[in-house]
Design a protein around this ligand. Structure first.
Ligand code: PLP
Length: 228
């Protein structure tokens, strides 16, 4: 077994254990492997191990890797990074799911970037769980109008919410608030049931608070280089 295979198996075992101790079925969780800063060779290796969901946080890297990995069947590409509106067309072309929709202008840019033969793009609204506007995500007070704007965009499908835990607060407390915001969004879009939360340091807490999509990097891939 390679080290990568071993780390993947270990993380999956920890995910399953966290799900069971929260009274949840591990099968209802999607584990996304965040491959940012790693070469496409890693994506190939992961695919060989049965990984289907991969995540990137920069549009250029996403676009390049998706092209290079075009021969790999069944991969689902998740864009989890800050999105610039002038990259909306490129993001639409390369991503199957965009986790980081955090402002009306981005909704409009993604919507108007659709081309006639594009399918519907799955999106999540990213929520800022801190008071620092510099961190990504919409402030909770702006959540409902943003979710409504996504719902009214014909080429976007609202799937749920996404967040990153704050640095200065226990993750469980923040993820409990996120569960409340997710319920708020489901009142607007009843089938928008995804909660994208949980990274290497906090996925067990996220699972306990109802996360459905985990974004896990280093615990599976090993350390990224210093740019990360
Ligand atoms: C890098 C990244 C992750 C994965 O982080 P790890 O701590 O390496 O698991 C998850 N979500 C987002 C938005 C990221 O940028």
């Amino acid at each position: 077994m390679t080290e990568l295979a071993q780390r993947l198996a270990e993380v999956d075992a920890r995910i399953a254990a966290a799900a069971r101790s929260a009274g949840r079925d591990p099968a209802e969780l999607t584990r996304i492997v965040v491959t940012k800063f790693h070469p496409v060779a890693l994506v190939r290796e992961l695919h060989g191990l049965g990984v289907k969901d991969v995540g990137e946080n920069r549009q250029q890297e996403l676009t390049a890797k998706r092209d290079e990995a075009a021969g790999l069947a069944g991969l689902v590409w998740h864009f989890v990074g800050q999105a610039q509106t002038n990259k909306a067309r490129a993001i639409r072309r390369a991503a199957d799911v965009v986790h980081s929709v955090d402002r009306a202008r981005l909704v409009d840019a993604l919507e108007s970037a659709a081309e006639p033969d594009d399918g519907t793009l799955d999106v999540l609204v990213q929520i800022n769980l801190t008071d620092d506007p510099g961190r990504g995500g919409v402030q909770p007070s702006e959540l409902e109008p943003l979710a409504e704007r996504v719902v009214s965009a014909a080429t976007l499908r609202l799937r749920g919410v996404m967040a990153v835990a704050p640095l200065d607060e226990p993750p469980a407390a923040a993820f409990e608030r996120l569960a409340g915001y997710a319920a708020q969004v489901r009142r607007i879009a009843p089938d928008a049931a995804w909660i994208s939360a949980g990274m290497t340091a906090d996925f067990a807490e996220a699972i306990a608070c109802g996360a459905t999509h985990l974004r896990i990097g280093t615990a599976i891939t090993g350390p990224r280089d210093s740019r990360a």
